[in-house]
Design a protein around this ligand. Structure first.
Ligand code: NAP
Length: 249
């Protein structure tokens, strides 16, 4: 089973769809309204906590789990560590490296989104929020700023921010387009999560091009678990499981 919800998971699933030896199922939380249709079977929705996941692993006779969730999906990752240990199922995390600060970057690094809100300061600013939907409410505590918010789905209800413009879009994004978007809005600051990877790095590069500060939220901690950073390493790990089965071991 692949725990998905990230660009890496989509790449992995694409590779698995071409391997007839592996009977894979993709699991995602179901937060996105119109997810890209995966090329392998999938299940949608939470498991009901650690015990629910243990039960699922047992009832579906899952041999291996790959945690390819987004680096900020800390609860799912912690549950996977606990449940796989309890059910005796080997777990591997596919976790891309975080972005590193480069020459020309002005990052204000914080540990939580609450700290990111505080880091915007008291003076009204024009702020781009490239952080997804889940923590937007926190910015209601700083209503003096004007926000440009990028979301995968248009919100069904008005956002709790008095001065807000919404742009709907799904990555991968390009540096040129993100630069144009930030210039048009007159952004003075960018707020981002240090997701790493290629799909959403354009806003960081565009901020660098424009000399804009980035309030960068560091990753949440996850319990220790075997981890690789590339799809090819996951395929190798799965191969190690498949090869003995093919030999009847
Ligand atoms: P989270 O806080 O770690 O997880 C909350 C709960 O959602 C989990 O306990 C689990 O419910 C369910 N869940 C999460 N991922 C799941 C999966 N792949 N399959 C089945 N259930 C899942 O996660 P989140 O931050 O809300 O993220 C939700 C999904 O969006 C993840 O799949 C993640 O990869 C994706 N995503 C997250 C972010 C982000 O910034 N957090 C960004 C892009 C994509 P139960 O306890 O009931 O099992």
């Amino acid at each position: 089973m692949i725990l998905g919800g990230s660009a890496d998971a989509n790449r992995l699933v694409g590779a698995l769809a071409r391997d007839p030896r592996i009977n894979a199922v993709l699991s995602y939380a179901g937060r996105t309204e119109n997810p890209t249709k995966p090329p392998i079977p999938c299940r949608i929705g939470g498991f009901g906590g650690v015990q629910g996941l243990v039960d699922y692993l047992r009832s579906e006779r899952i041999d291996r789990v790959v945690d390819a969730t987004h680096p900020f999906a800390a609860q799912m990752s912690a549950h996977a560590v606990e449940a796989c240990a309890a059910a005796g199922v080997p777990l591997l995390a596919l976790d891309r490296a975080p972005w590193q600060k480069q020459r020309g970057d002005h990052w204000i690094e914080v540990d939580t989104m609450e700290q990111a809100v505080a880091a915007l300061g008291a003076t009204p600013r024009r702020v781009f929020l490239g952080i997804g939907r889940q923590q937007l409410e926190l910015f209601a505590a700083a209503p003096q700023h004007s926000y440009l918010v990028r979301l995968v789905d248009a919100p069904r209800a008005p956002l709790p921010l008095p001065q807000v413009e919404i742009v709907v879009g799904r990555g991968p994004f390009t540096r040129a387009n993100d630069g144009a978007m930030l210039r048009r809005f007159g952004a003075e600051l960018v707020v981002a999560k240090n997701a790493g990877g290629e799909a959403t790095v354009a806003k960081i590069e565009a901020a660098r091009d424009l000399g804009l500060p980035v309030v960068m939220v560091r990753r949440p901690a996850t319990p220790p678990r075997p981890t690789v950073t590339s799809v090819i390493e996951v395929l190798d790990w799965l191969d190690q499981a498949v090869a003995p089965m093919e030999r009847g071991v």
